[in-house]
Design a binder for this molecule. Structure first.
Ligand code: NAD
Length: 440
């Protein structure tokens, strides 16, 4: 079988590569000429564990190709649309890229195929894709049969390849049995683990993706609020987390307090769902609060820093560990570090940051005055304080004595609660964290 994936970003590149790994012939398309030229030379545009190796292997085996022309690659069994759906000015999802791909597909399609919307899109978009393709075919006065399908992606950046290869579930939205058959065939190699293949109507499928992200974002904002309350009443969020996480109705995942959620999905998908509801005169009260709590939480570390230094940050030097919105990715979209680092610079402070993967991406969004170091200790030289924003594994067990020697001030702001308060304080540091201020 042969497929074409349109949009070669985090989702498209992983999708195309993992399908190629099962033996399919895959062409990944993008409008970004430079990205495609680099991929054709084997240069991977994103940091994602194992992706590099799989792209190279599949290119070498003649199964994975890259191109800027969708028109030349519609001789396939299925087209997966995986382009971005960024937030518009009012927070709604901008589906113009998705519809543009639909229009091009209709213009150049020559034989029956399955058109799959993999991008995260508001309910109704997949049917608009169908309508746009139909209109283009009518304009050409040709009647080519095609099937439409929704197939939202649930991979997590940082473990995207593993998630795609061993999914918890595959969800597809279809109108016709023929579409289900094609999906079944394509996904069979990924479901040998027996995990569910769920077939539903297209609207429910589109909604499932938003509901999943909104639920996860809600858990994070909920725990951040509980953590902030813990700080005020002398409780410890880490213990509370274990206490509630051991209840199987709650579970231990996605209940960590921190500096707020970021990334390319949660912030925009929560906002898009709020907007989608408004379009049908419904107000999503919980999600509005989730979004507000998150915006506030992103500023929390900055407030703790301001409090410690009596709002006198001018000339102070801060070391920052971790910039990406979470570990194991270089994605800086909506990362809490943007608010914190740019806030420090705005207050007149100097910042020297280190991240194992995201420094090149960070340079595109952080204030130009930010300096970057070559390792975690390099940035500590002469620092008045350390601010830990992303919990990369290499920050977990630092050499505290070395830190003390390098740093001018002995203050740590731990945005992820990764250090042991007693250990850090016994070593002579003033230690701030989230929801554990009372922990000695
Ligand atoms: P991305 O920004 O990394 O990649 C999108 C790519 O699409 C870009 O390379 C862009 O140049 C390309 N593109 C835009 N218009 C195009 C066109 N007309 N023709 C060809 N290429 C075009 O985005 P992403 O993070 O991969 O997300 C893609 C979609 O998947 C979004 O809807 C997102 O919400 C969803 N999603 C993302 C993740 C994630 O973790 N990143 C997870 C699940 C779902």
């Amino acid at each position: 079988m042969k497929i074409t994936v349109v949009g070669t970003g985090y989702v498209g590149l992983v999708t195309g590569t993992c399908f190629a790994e099962t033996g399919l012939t895959v062409t990944c398309i993008d409008i970004d000429k430079e990205k495609i030229a680099r991929l054709q030379k084997g240069i991977i545009p994103i940091y994602e564990p194992r992706l590099d190796e799989l792209v190279h292997q599949n290119m070498a085996k003649g199964r994975l190709f890259f191109s800027t022309s969708l028109a030349d690659h519609l001789d396939c069994d299925a087209v997966f649309i995986a382009v971005g759906t960024p937030p518009g000015e009012d927070g709604s999802a901008d589906v113009s890229h998705v519809l543009k791909v639909a229009s091009e597909t209709g213009k150049y399609m020559t034989h029956p195929l399955l058109v799959v919307v993999k991008s995260t899109v508001p309910v109704g978009t997949t049917m608009k894709v169908k309508q746009v393709i139909r209109e283009e075919l009518d304009r050409r006065k040709v009647n080519i049969r095609f099937y439409i399908g929704s197939n939202p992606e649930f991979l997590k950046e940082g473990s995207a390849v593993d998630d795609f290869m061993k999914p918890d579930r595959i969800i597809v939205g279809v109108e016709e049995e023929e579409a289900t058959r094609i999906f079944e065939k394509l996904y069979k190699p990924f479901l040998l683990n027996g995990h569910p293949f769920l077939v539903m109507d297209i609207a429910s499928c589109e909604m499932t993706k938003y509901a999943a992200n909104a639920m996860l974002a809600s858990r994070i904002s909920f725990m951040n609020e509980i953590a902030n309350l813990c700080d005020r009443v002398g409780a410890d969020i880490s213990q509370v987390r274990k206490g509630i996480g051991s209840d199987p109705r709650i579970g231990p995942r996605f209940i960590y307090a921190g500096p707020g959620y970021g990334g390319s999905c949660f912030p925009k998908d929560v906002k898009a769902l709020i907007r989608l509801a408004e379009e049908v005169d419904y107000s999503m009260e919980i999600l509005k609060a989730v979004d507000r709590v998150n915006e506030k939480q992103k500023k929390l570390l900055l407030e703790k820093i301001q409090f410690h230094f009596g709002h006198q940050l001018k000339g102070k030097r801060f070391a920052v560990w971790g910039l990406s919105y979470k570990p194991h990715t270089d994605d800086m979209r909506e990362a809490p570090s943007i608010v914190i680092v740019n806030g420090l610079i705005e207050a007149g402070a100097r910042v020297c940051a280190y991240d194992p993967a995201a420094m090149e991406e960070a340079k595109k969004v952080l204030d130009k005055k930010v300096e970057y170091g070559k390792d975690p200790y390099d940035v500590l030289n002469d620092a008045d304080a350390l601010v830990l924003i992303t919990e990369w594994p290499e920050f977990r067990l630092p050499d505290v004595e070395k830190m003390k020697k390098l740093m001018k001030g002995k203050v740590i702001f731990d945005g992820r609660n990764i250090f042991e308060p007693a250990e850090i304080r016994n070593a002579g540091f003033v230690y701030y964290c989230i929801g554990r201020e009372s922990v000695k």
